[in-house]
Design a protein around this ligand. Structure first.
Ligand code: PLP
Length: 440
């Protein structure tokens, strides 16, 4: 419920992302007014657990004093100044800090403002990289069920037909290996990638993957060793490797970056979402020195990377990101995650036994709970039944907010959540599933 004026304005003027606007009003739009820690409050004063971290972004909690203060301090100096031709200290400071925690070999930071733009940039960079090497490599390798954002380049390497199918005619050529989660073995998953590399010698600019887990595809977990195996293939076939850490970066998998689990050093890595602790739009494409060096030359050589956005490297966002990284250090955030992850795993073992739960998937504190009409024999809900949406609506009435991916209920709590809070959230999700789907 909202004030009549606010609702009328909303319905008259606003068009929401990933939303069928014809039925949006039926869903009783929720107006969020404020937040604190792992909670958000609506304009009617009702409080909810923010169980998907405001779409996978918030890490240390809402209204985190250290980040609020850092933004205010920067605001007292300047809110925005361009990085085209000028620069500012927070950009360099943050770049140095990012490189100090990034996988080995990444040495340069190119800023933008969303996960999609970070990926778009990685794609354009890899294409141009090969041109500077005197090669025309026009295609990419990506994974079925992968998601890398909504700009045309990132959609071209995206493998979710519900989102991407309609734009097929606009996209550039990309070859899709099967989702590693759908393969019977690690070997089969890697051979899916290798087959494509063999079939297109000298034509693949880069392989792009989400590390360990394909998040938007439904929290699909890759077999252990897949990421490292793709790195080996990229080396053997001499193609660049782009690792998209937009969803997995900044602690979500239990390490700062998912790459660390398999000791992988990509040629390019994209980060966004949690970079600012979930405060402001900032993204970065990190590259190896070899990629960066390929773009150097006299202006007349035409090697400049002609790409940039109005808000590239916004100083307020850089200040927020620096404060967020400082919290990681001061509060030992990564070390504190292990018992929380273990707790979630134990609770999921029980949830996996519920009648309407087909599978549970977890990497770190990224969780997907798939609901099904029947476990044995297995009968899925058809998407028009909106089972996932209904469960999330029910959860909302219990005091918890999240958003499904089809029939997969996403649980993406903030890193700062306590074990008690994690338990309460999982109880609410369990109750929502049981109550909402009791009759089928
Ligand atoms: N890459 C991955 C792996 C993502 O999960 C997402 C968003 O969910 C994106 C890219 C796109 O990020 P943004 O929504 O900030 O454009």
């Amino acid at each position: 419920m909202s004030s009549p004026d606010a609702l009328a304005r909303e319905l008259q003027y606003v068009w929401h992302p990933f939303t069928q606007m014809q039925v949006w009003a039926d869903d009783d739009p929720l107006f969020i007014d404020s937040g604190q820690g792992v909670w958000v409050r609506d304009t009617q004063g009702r409080e909810y657990y923010d169980a998907n971290s405001s779409l996978w972004l918030t890490i240390h909690g809402h209204r985190r004093k250290e980040i609020d203060d850092a933004i205010r301090r920067q605001l007292d100096k300047i809110a925005h100044s361009t990085m085209l031709g000028l620069t500012h200290e927070p950009a360099g400071e943050l770049a140095e800090r990012l490189i100090s925690i990034a996988p080995e070999g990444l040495s340069r930071v190119f800023y933008s403002d969303s996960g999609s733009t970070a990926v778009e940039i990685a794609i354009k960079m890899t294409y141009q990289f090969w041109r500077h090497r005197g090669e025309e490599r026009k295609t990419f390798v990506a994974l079925a069920d992968g998601y890398h954002g909504d700009t045309i380049g990132s959609v071209s390497v995206g493998g979710i037909s519900l989102f991407h199918g309609i734009f097929a005619d606009l996209l550039f050529e990309c070859h899709f290996a099967p989702s590693p989660a759908s393969c019977a073995s690690l070997c089969q998953a890697l051979s899916g990638v290798e087959k494509i590399l063999t079939a297109h010698p000298g034509n693949v600019a880069a392989v792009i993957v989400e590390p360990l887990i394909q998040a938007a595809g439904g929290m699909l977990v890759a077999p252990k060793g897949f990421l490292a195996g793709v790195r080996d293939l990229c080396d053997r076939y001499d193609v660049l490797m782009i690792v998209d850490e937009v969803a997995t970066g900044f602690g979500r998998t239990g390490r700062m970056f998912a790459c660390e689990h398999e000791d992988v050093a990509p040629d390019l890595m994209t980060v966004a979402k949690g970079l600012t602790g979930g405060y402001l739009p900032l993204a970065a494409t990190l590259t190896s020195e070899a990629v960066f060096q390929a773009f150097l030359g006299e202006y007349s050589q035409g090697k400049t990377f002609f790409h940039g956005h109005s808000y590239t490297g916004n100083p307020l966002a850089c200040a927020a990101a620096l404060a967020s990284l400082q919290i990681f250090e001061d509060d030992n955030v990564i070390a504190d995650l292990a018992p929380k992850i273990q707790f979630i795993s134990e609770r999921l073992e029980h949830i996996a036994t519920l009648d309407r739960v087909g599978s549970v998937r977890q990497v770190g504190i990224m969780v997907g709970i798939e609901v099904v009409r029947s476990r044995r024999p297995r009968v899925d809900y058809v998407w028009e039944e909106r089972a996932g949406v209904r469960v999330c609506r029910r959860a909302r009435t219990l005091g918890l907010l999240t958003r499904p991916l089809g029939n997969v209920i996403v649980f993406m709590p903030m890193l700062v959540s306590s074990i008690r809070e994690l338990g309460e959230m999982l109880d609410m999700i369990e109750m929502a599933i049981t109550e909402e789907l009791a009759d089928g």
